[in-house]
Design a protein around this ligand. Structure first.
Ligand SMILES: Cc1cc2nc3c(=O)[nH]c(=O)nc-3n(C[C@H](O)[C@H](O)[C@H](O)COP(=O)(O)O)c2cc1C
Length: 242
């Protein structure tokens, strides 16, 4: 687990979640701090201290004082690949890591997916985390979807490409995922960089980070017409089948 800005770490081999402030969010309602909000930053890079984490920490520093901030680094979490047991009968084993991740997710009012742009979308680690959401959605009595419905989803990503529109598929993934769960979507903070630390030279990204969490989230949505209709037909053969 990377060190956090407060220097307080609760990893110590027992938990992968670190907390930035003394103020622990309420584990059931997710409420915490003076604003009633609590942020979970989920780190999805495959290298420590990467650009996406640096940018996320720059944004987190500008949250109001006392707002609880927790961090979980997926690549340091002993989490197996998701297995789809939604339609199986009987008990599905839940590892300690999965339970910890699930509890941290449900304890937050704001969930921030921090991921490098990999192949134009989220990293494999982040995708696996989202796959677990489907498993949690299928657990009777957990009410995952209902409980997530009043939460906000945010994204932070760094990419080597200077053409930011090429992160469009990642933005759509997050927006659609928020829409599916009835969550609000705060948008995606974009930065540029390839080598570790390079995002620190992206002044535009750092300026955006300073105010990113002041944005007013809107309901997640399924954007219509992401691709021009002619392109959609070319990819899918829609006209041939018609
Ligand atoms: C497997 C892999 C796939 C990548 N795919 C893309 C990509 O599709 N577009 C892009 O602009 N950069 C891509 N990159 C570059 C990373 O987004 C870039 O190095 C970023 O700064 C990494 O962030 P991190 O330091 O937080 O891991 C890729 C890098 C790797 C290792």
């Amino acid at each position: 687990m990377s060190s956090d800005t407060s220097g307080q770490t609760t990893t110590a081999g027992t938990t992968a979640v670190t907390t930035d402030t003394d103020t622990e969010p309420d584990t059931d309602t997710g409420a915490g701090g003076p604003t009633g909000r609590s942020f979970l930053f989920v780190l999805g890079s495959s290298r420590p201290d990467g650009n996406s984490e640096i940018l996320a920490r720059a944004a987190a520093e500008r949250l109001p004082a006392g707002v609880p901030r927790r961090w979980v680094d997926l690549s340091r979490l002993d989490l197996p690949d998701f297995q789809d047991g939604r339609h199986e009968t009987g008990e599905w084993p839940v590892s300690g890591s999965e339970a910890e991740l699930r509890d941290a997710t449900l304890a937050a009012t704001d969930i921030v997916l921090v991921t490098p742009l990999y192949w134009y979308t989220v990293s494999a680690q982040m995708k696996r985390y989202l796959d677990y959401w489907s498993g949690w959605h299928g657990i009777p009595g957990l009410r995952f979807k209902e409980r997530m419905a009043d939460r906000t989803l945010w994204g932070v990503t760094v990419m080597a490409d200077r053409e930011e529109s090429r992160a469009g598929a990642l933005v759509a993934t997050l927006d659609h995922s928020a829409a599916f769960l009835g969550m609000r979507f705060g948008g995606v903070l974009l930065g540029n960089g390839s080598k570790p630390g390079q995002v620190r030279t992206d002044e535009r990204a750092l300026a955006r980070a300073a105010t990113f969490f002041q944005r007013v989230p809107r309901p997640g949505r399924f954007p219509r017409g992401e691709l021009p209709e002619a392109e959609w037909e070319e990819y899918t053969g829609a006209t041939e089948a018609a």
